[in-house]
Structure formats: structure tokens, C-alpha cells
Write a protein that binds this ligand. Structure first.
Ligand SMILES: Cc1cc2nc3c(=O)[nH]c(=O)nc-3n(C[C@H](O)[C@H](O)[C@H](O)COP(=O)(O)O)c2cc1C
Length: 214
């Protein structure tokens, strides 16, 4: 079994990093022989999409020049990591009501025709099937469904759509909300830590997750 851990906070000791670290720990306990691939987007060179990138990405792979292959090298590496993983855990801080720029740059590199999405006369079809995704967010405010601020959450709806576009439809979100100085922060983080451990166990042993939900 392989777990891909993606971190995307600018802060080294960030809340979302604490959540992904705890998820890895719980996952390793359940999968002692498993492998964890670490991808820290704050430490990764993530080029922006350019004209050259698009030309290369939409060319026949067999006819790529060495320069074009180099242009796509980061994208290829990040997609290979995704393809290799059975489970993907994404740490996502909320910045300005959405995801961080490094996470968006990662998405721009991994959503790619022919590698993660197929285009046909019927439209687009995601290639990445049968993988579980757990998104662990950290936010200063609260955006619970049914509250007046829910409409400003451009993080979970966006991630759900773009992940589904490449075939990743089995996605669980756990939010550590209210992560600003104040009495609510610690309890919200503890609740998220508790919840993510149950999800990590449930991936391997769904019967235990069902028992806990009951
Ligand atoms: C640049 C920046 C923008 C932020 N924008 C928002 C926001 O729009 N809504 C919100 O609830 N919190 C916002 N926050 C607070 C963060 O979501 C919060 O600090 C969270 O814990 C960040 O995740 P991290 O601890 O993993 O870095 C922002 C923080 C920063 C640094």
C-alpha cells in the first residue's frame, strides 16, 4: 500500500501539517509495510503553466523534443506520485477563502490530458480510479454548511470538483476550523485529529469505521 502525503502550507509548524503528520502516523500503524511518499509543495519548484508547457502537454508524447520533455518533467514526476498512491492525504490551509497558491500550482501540473484525464466526443473522463483521498483543511474562520458564511467556502467545493474531474471521487474532508487565537481553536483541532484517526483506520478496516459512526 502507498500513501501520498501532500502539504501546502507556507508555515513549517502549521495546523494542516500537524493534521497530515497525525494521519501518516495512524495510517502507518494500520499499514506497517506500507510506503509513504512525502510531497511538500512549499519546498517544491512548481512552474506556472506557460505557452511552451501547453504545447508540450498537448503534443504526441512520442514526438516530444528533449526541451519539451524537460518542460513537462515536474508534471510527470507529480503525476507519477499520484498514480503510484492508493491513498492521498492533502493538507490544505485556507488562504483568502480558497486553497494556497502552491496547491493550485500542483493542481495545474497534475490535471493533464492523456495522463489524468481523457477527452473524447462524450467529454472528459478522469483516469485516477479506485483511490481514496482525505483532505485536511485548516481555516481561521468557520464555513459550516447551513451557516451564513458557508457560501464563502471556495476551498472544499473547488477541490471536490477538480479532484472528481481527474477521477478522484472518493474524497473525505476534515476541517479544523476557527484556527485563530481564541478558545475555539484547540478544541476544533483536537476534534479534527480524532476524526482523521478514525478515517485512517476506516480505510483499512471499513467495518471499524462503521462501528464508530453508529
Ligand atoms: C495569507 C492568509 C490568508 C488567510 N485567509 C483566510 C481566509 O480567507 N479565511 C479563513 O478562515 N482563514 C484565513 N487564514 C487563516 C488560515 O486559514 C489559518 O491560519 C490556517 O490555520 C492556515 O493553515 P496552516 O496552519 O496549515 O498554515 C489566512 C491565513 C493566511 C496566512
Amino acid at each position: 500500500m502507498k500513501l501520498l502525503r501532500i502539504d501546502s502550507s507556507a508555515r513549517r509548524n502549521s495546523v494542516s501539517r500537524q493534521l497530515t503528520a497525525k494521519f501518516v502516523e495512524a495510517w502507518k500503524k494500520e499499514n506497517p509495510g506500507g510506503e509513504v511518499i512525502e510531497r511538500d509543495l512549499a519546498l517544491t519548484h512548481l512552474p506556472l503553466i506557460t505557452d511552451e508547457w501547453m504545447l508540450a502537454a498537448y503534443s504526441d508524447p512520442a514526438g516530444l523534443t528533449p526541451a519539451q520533455r524537460e518542460t513537462l518533467a515536474v508534471s510527470d514526476k507529480l503525476i507519477d506520485e499520484l498514480l503510484a498512491a492508493d491513498t492521498i492525504v492533502i493538507g490544505a490551509p485556507m488562504y483568502n477563502l480558497t486553497i494556497s497558491a502552491p496547491l493550485k500550482a500542483w493542481i495545474d501540473q497534475i490535471v493533464r490530458a492523456g495522463r489524468t484525464v481523457l477527452w473524447s466526443a462524450q467529454g472528459a473522463e478522469g483516469i485516477l480510479k479506485n483511490k481514496k483521498v482525505v483532505v485536511l483543511t485548516s481555516r481561521g474562520g468557520s464555513f459550516r454548511p447551513g451557516t451564513p458564511t458557508a457560501q464563502f467556502d471556495h476551498q472544499e467545493p473547488y477541490l471536490r470538483h477538480i479532484l472528481a474531474f481527474i477521477g478522484l471521487t472518493d474524497v473525505t474532508f476534515i476541517h479544523a476550523e476557527n484556527q485563530k487565537p481564541g478558545e475555539l481553536a484547540e478544541a476544533a483541532k483536537s476534534a479534527a485529529l480524532e476524526q482523521l484517526q478514525q478515517v485512517a483506520v476506516g480505510i483499512r478496516r471499513p467495518e471499524l469505521a462503521e462501528l464508530r459512526e453508529a
